[in-house]
Design a protein around this ligand. Structure first.
Ligand code: ASP
Length: 428
């Protein structure tokens, strides 16, 4: 673990700036440029700037499969106590489900109060095809890969996690003869982390390009009519982030919440602009380990799992969106309908992939469960990117909060690192 950037104060100018400051600056500059391009009718320029962002996202995605596999195997081989792994697993799942329940409750509460769908002009919309929910058994069996190489090629994170845990366990159980493998995985881990740091150093440019593209292509004329749903979701995300995660970090982990939010600023911003929590995973992993002092044995398991199944922002969004659609189409919801929305949103969010727009596709599941018109999906689609930004940032924050809590409870958190105001290194 490399807690501090020893050179960060010694280099002046842009290069010497802490990464989070660079990212904040890039965000403000990109948004300003985007708004200017939009107002001056230069959307095409905004489209072409997006290419820089797309290249950055491709570079982070390139890291996901090797990073998850290598860091999980190497994390597994660093713990010999198998009961501890079981405990970490149970705590993580309990945290993920518990906070998702809070998220959907907050979302439904806010949607009922703000009434985002009241007075919406519907216009001509066509319904997309409804999604079929896979059965629980199918999903569970699907976690076992027929072929681990195919799982890696498809980027199937749950299957990779499954194989990596077993492989790490086997290295431990094989003892002495497999010891060289343990060292190889530690070496591979150091190399893949270095590569991740190098790619992350380009985050300011990616963030700049993506936000300039969003601000440049979504004009106020598109956003204003659906302003209330945007407001409701952003408010819900802020409340959930500050009150639920901030509260848990303060009261349960007994840590300073400000440090937590400072330490995860980079992944939050990359999530916000890329709208992919899986794509952000390498950034989240590096930030949680380097900025917050979490050990590898916890974070290499909780974060990939969280990026795949823990989506508090998505769950909240599905609840808010379902109520929005009901209000927009003048459908009265019963108490049973609300409970159904809560349940299906939770399940749909677990099944949502951590990629851009996946939550919108899964929304059809929630709408179908209470008989709401699927045309609602088309109404929201026009501004979904803006909603996706907030929910993805919250998804990633939730994964990091869980990781800190579990690490603290397992004594795998270096509080000295956690308590230093610091930031990711800028290695290039
Ligand atoms: N974009 C979200 C994520 O990657 C998923 C969603 O669309 O809700 O976390």
């Amino acid at each position: 673990m490399t807690p501090k950037n020893e050179t960060r104060w010694s280099v002046g100018g842009w290069r010497g700036l802490l990464l989070w400051k660079k990212i904040a600056f890039a965000l403000a500059l990109g948004a300003t440029l985007g708004i200017f391009l939009n107002m001056s009718g230069n959307q095409a320029i905004a489209e072409s700037i997006k290419l820089i962002g797309t290249a950055f996202i491709a570079a982070i995605k390139m890291l996901i499969v090797p990073l998850v596999f290598i860091s999980l195997v190497s994390g597994m081989t660093s713990v010999s106590d198998m009961a501890r792994m079981g405990r970490i697993g149970i705590k993580t799942i309990a945290f993920y489900l518990g906070t998702t329940a809070f998220a959907i409750t907050i979302g439904v509460g806010i949607a009922v109060i703000v009434q985002p769908g009241v007075g919406i002009e519907l216009g001509q919309v066509t319904a997309p095809e409804a999604r079929e929910a896979p059965s629980l058994i199918q999903t569970l069996i699907g976690i076992i890969p027929n072929n681990p190489v195919a799982a890696a090629a498809d980027g199937n994170i749950l299957q990779i996690i499954f194989f990596a845990i077993l492989f790490g366990l086997a290295i431990n159980l094989a003892g002495e003869p497999a010891k060289p493998l343990r060292n190889i995985f530690d070496a591979l881990n150091a190399a893949i982390l270095k590569l991740t740091e190098i790619v992350i150093a380009f985050a300011p440019y990616g963030v700049f390009a993506l936000i300039a593209w969003v601000a440049g292509t979504y004009g106020l004329d598109v956003l204003l009519p659906l302003g209330k749903i945007i407001f409701a979701l952003y408010l819900g995300c802020v409340i959930h982030g500050l009150v639920v995660y901030g509260g848990l970090i303060t009261l349960v982990a007994k840590l300073n919440p400000l440090r937590f939010f400072q330490g995860i600023f980079e992944p939050q911003m990359v999530a916000f602009t890329s709208t992919s929590s899986s794509g952000t995973l390498p950034v989240t992993m590096t930030a949680v380990q380097q900025n917050l002092g979490v050990g590898r044995s916890v974070s290499s398991f909780t974060l990939p799992l969280g990026a795949t199944i823990n989506m508090d922002g998505t769950c909240m969004y599905q609840g808010v969106a379902a109520i929005f659609v009901a209000q927009a189409f003048g459908v009265d919801l019963s108490t049973t309908d609300y409970l159904t929305i809560i349940l299906t949103s939770t399940l749909a969010s677990i099944g949502t992939a951590g990629v851009p727009g996946a939550g919108l596709v899964m929304l059809s599941l929630v709408l179908t469960s209470v008989g709401l018109p699927l045309e609602g999906v088309a109404v929201i689609a026009g501004i979904d990117r803006i909603l996706d930004m907030a929910r993805t940032a919250l998804n990633v924050t939730g994964d990091a909060a869980c990781t800190v809590l579990v690490a603290k409870s397992e004594d795998d958190l270096d509080e000295d690192v956690y308590n230093i105001p610091h930031c990711l290194k800028t290695p290039v």
